[in-house]
Design a protein. Structure first.
Length: 191
């Protein structure tokens, strides 16, 4: 069978396009490390966030040598904690959930970006090489205050971060001493 040279050219061109499309989709799905929010993390009911041991107290927690976990709660129209302070050169895993509607947790100028779904926990592990300050924004339309929904991520020099932690620990000690004394006074044990 005789196929015209132009027709061969078109067939070859179409093949190249099809392979190109498949390669692009595969790269987008696998190569960039983009994943969907899945049920890999223990889900939680939005109205039980305050009692949840992970999210009851949104915070940055040291879990190992240069390893941190950050528990973030998003809600209309803010993030907690705010600002979030983490050290550079450490492995930081953000766990983010929502109190009400779908939001996102997007660290401006980085590829740290996830959708946040009520009832689900989005997890992302990142490492910042340099200290710096980043805005956190919501890029899922979530209501009238969506455009005002922002937070701050402060990446500190590891030594400075350590110093800050120690200062905070001192503050906590001071509060405990105070509580103890008022509790004792409340028991009527002091004259
Ligand atoms: Cu939260 Cu938009």
């Amino acid at each position: 069978m005789n196929i015209h040279a132009y027709e061969r050219l078109w067939v070859a061109g179409s093949m190249v396009l099809i392979v190109g499309f498949i390669a692009t989709i595969t790269y987008g799905a696998v190569g960039l490390g983009i994943t969907m929010v899945d049920d890999g993390e223990e889900p939680l009911a939005p109205d039980e966030i305050d009692e949840d041991e992970r999210f009851g107290e949104p915070r940055v927690e040291e879990v190992g040598d240069d390893e941190y976990e950050v528990y973030v709660v998003s809600a209309t129209f803010f993030f907690q904690p705010d600002p979030i302070e983490i050290p550079a050169e450490s492995e930081v895993t953000f766990y983010v959930t929502s109190r009400d509607v779908i939001h996102s947790f997007t660290v401006v100028g980085t590829n740290t970006n996830t959708m946040v779904i009520p009832g689900e926990v989005s997890a992302m592990t990142v490492e910042f090489d340099e200290p710096g300050e980043y805005g956190i924004v919501c890029n899922e339309y979530c209501g009238a205050g969506h455009h005002d929904m922002e937070g701050e991520l402060i990446v500190l020099d590891p030594e400075e971060f350590e110093e800050r932690q120690e200062e905070n620990d001192d503050d906590v000690d001071a509060i405990e001493v105070f509580d103890h004394r008022t509790a004792t006074a409340g028991n009527g044990e002091l004259p």
